[in-house]
Write a protein that binds this ligand. Sequence first.
Ligand code: PGA
Length: 220
Amino acid sequence: MNKLIVGNWKMNGNLSLIDEFLHNLDAHVILCIPSVFVAYAHLKKPTLQIAAQDCSVYSDFGAHTGEISAKMLSELGCKYAIIGHSERRRTSNFDTPSNVFAKLQNVVKCGMTAILCVDESYSDLVDNQTKEFLKTNLNKVCIAYEPLSAIGTGKVPSLTEISETLSKIKDAYFGVQTLYGGSVNLSNAKEILSIELVDGVLIGGASLKLTELNKIARLS
Ligand code: PGA
């Protein structure tokens, strides 16, 4: 089975970059684009595998100005959603553990797969209720291990360190699928993807370069 290749654009991109990707992106890449572009991309290319970068803590519909629910994102073709990215847990200080848990439930309830991001302190970030939820929804959640020191820095931990941490995560969380993220690019993707416990990669900066992303996708 191919490993998951997930590209996270974060707050980048525009319509012309989306068009370029729609025409030429390797079919097995899952693309996380800003939510404002999701409908455009889905309607133009329904086969594109789209992930949301976040969703509301509120489910379905309601009087929550500015919020976007998991249900809306799934209606617009998102099959995956990133939940609890460190840029949301740490920078905006909004993704508290209880908010992350609410989002996780919303994503899974809508039939999407959640990409739950954790860093080195994964044992604090995956609390007991999340753990219980994981146990019964293993096929709808994967955990992306993204060490804070590696995000956007070009500093990837050693392959042994990645492998050891993923092994601990799999042991603690019932063999959950695990992704690695943090400074993945064309020059290191092959060796990272060769780690047995890496079920996929979450790529930030390098995912904005179509040729590089396609080459990474072909490695898996
Ligand atoms: P990066 O970002 O690949 O630019 O380090 C990864 C991420 O934040 O998911």
